[in-house]
Write a protein that binds this ligand. Structure first.
Ligand code: PLP
Length: 377
């Protein structure tokens, strides 16, 4: 099988499993207890927290809170920031191309009396600081913009938006689920207040993630209960999962610049070949501001589901949009918000890479795409 759907999820690295195993077996202690077995678990959580701090370039490890993944982090950041600051105002600015974890959370707040502005990006899916500047109002309490888009891979000018939000005293949340482990992240330099990430997008386990909350930022707690995560996110910690995330983060950091360059070269090779050799193929998203491992192509006239079916038959796994919307009828909200014509929206296919992806695999996908496009004509 040729797996080109790494934006949906990645294969866990063997080193990650190896690091997790002791905590699923002999080192099974509850990190909240007082004896040696528990201290071992607690120490492992501390080490993973420090690993995450270092990767995000956060100032303090205690600014990192472990969660069950990207969806929970997005919910906590947005609902928590909105609710804790509601006396200041009830307006939120986000973008129309966010993941559903952000969009649905904002819609839920809309039903609670908040008003939400959904910015329409440019034709490449990019949001500018100027768009944000025009949308904010005196009652804006939160701006939420994703670091990189999960469908088209477009990377936003996060540091510039962060500088603007900080200057205006507006909280800034970033869904960095597709960026962490793939692009250099510096929360201090980018002036980010809240940042969501998810381990399974960088070869860690599923069901574990983190939310960075800059010290001093007021955010309501989402889970009430025990004293875990400094009383802010109750519930016995997923120690093995968190250890796995820490190890996956360490490994991703180690090879980040090398992998980004390698995958970017494969990406550009695939784009070049597809545009040249697949009749009618067009690239969705930005050529310049793009995740190293994302290629999103449309072949107008060849519907996405047909391409996906034929790719699957050929042993190639790719996606028609985000995994959450695949299988559901309906066009991609991202491509629609970018203002692309229907024929392009209905024929989009996403290929996403990882450290395991080779040039040969990408060439095989292009060859298959050529066959699929030719059969249609
Ligand atoms: N945000 C983005 C941009 C994503 O791509 C995803 C997953 O696809 C999520 C949030 C949700 O993350 P999780 O699967 O960890 O809940």
């Amino acid at each position: 099988m040729i797996y080109l759907d790494n934006a949906a999820t990645t294969r866990m690295r063997p080193e990650v499993l190896e690091a997790m195993l002791p905590y699923l077996q002999d080192a099974f202690g509850n990190a909240s207890a007082g004896y040696a077995l528990a201290r071992q678990a607690h120490g492992a959580l501390d080490a993973a927290r420090e690993q995450m701090r270092s990767a995000l370039h956060a100032e303090k490890a205690r600014e990192v809170y472990f969660t069950s993944g990207g969806t929970e982090s997005d919910n906590w950041a947005i609902k928590g920031a909105a609710l804790a600051n509601r006396q200041k105002g009830r307006h939120i600015v986000t973008t129309a191309v966010e993941h559903h974890a952000v969009l649905e959370t904002c819609e839920a707040l809309g039903r609670e009396g908040f008003s939400v502005t959904y910015l329409r990006p440019d034709g490449e899916g990019r949001v500018s600081p100027e768009m944000v500047r025009r949308a904010v109002r005196p009652d804006t309490v939160l701006v939420s913009v994703m670091w990189a888009n999960n469908e088209v891979g477009t990377v936003n000018p996060i540091a510039e938006i962060g500088a603007f939000a900080r200057e205006r005293g507006i909280l800034f949340h970033v869904d960095a689920v597709q960026a962490v482990g793939h692009l250099p992240i510096d929360v201090v330099q980018a002036k980010v207040d809240l940042l969501s990430l998810s381990a399974h997008k960088f070869h860690g386990p599923k069901g574990v993630g983190a939310l960075y909350i800059r010290e001093g930022v007021r955010v309501a707690d989402l889970m009430d209960g025990g004293a875990q995560e400094r009383g802010r996110r109750a519930g016995t910690e997923n120690v093995a999962g968190i250890v796995g995330m820490g190890e996956a983060m360490r490994l991703a950091e180690e090879e980040l610049s090398m992998e980004a360059a390698r995958q970017s070269a494969i990406r550009d090779h695939m784009i070049r070949r597809a545009l040249l050799e697949v009749p009618g193929a067009v690239l969705n998203g930005s050529r310049e501001h793009r995740l190293p491992g994302n290629v999103n192509l449309s072949v107008p006239g060849v519907r996405s589901e047909v391409t996906l079916f034929k790719m699957d038959m050929a042993g190639i796994a790719c996606s028609g949009g985000s995994a959450c919307t695949a299988g559901a009828i309906g066009a991609s909200h991202v491509l629609l918000a970018m203002g692309l014509p229907d024929a392009r929206v209905q024929s989009a296919v996403r290929f996403s890479f990882s450290r395991d992806t080779t040039r040969g695999e990408v060439d095989a996908a292009v060859e298959e795409l050529k066959r699929i496009a030719a059969a249609k004509r």
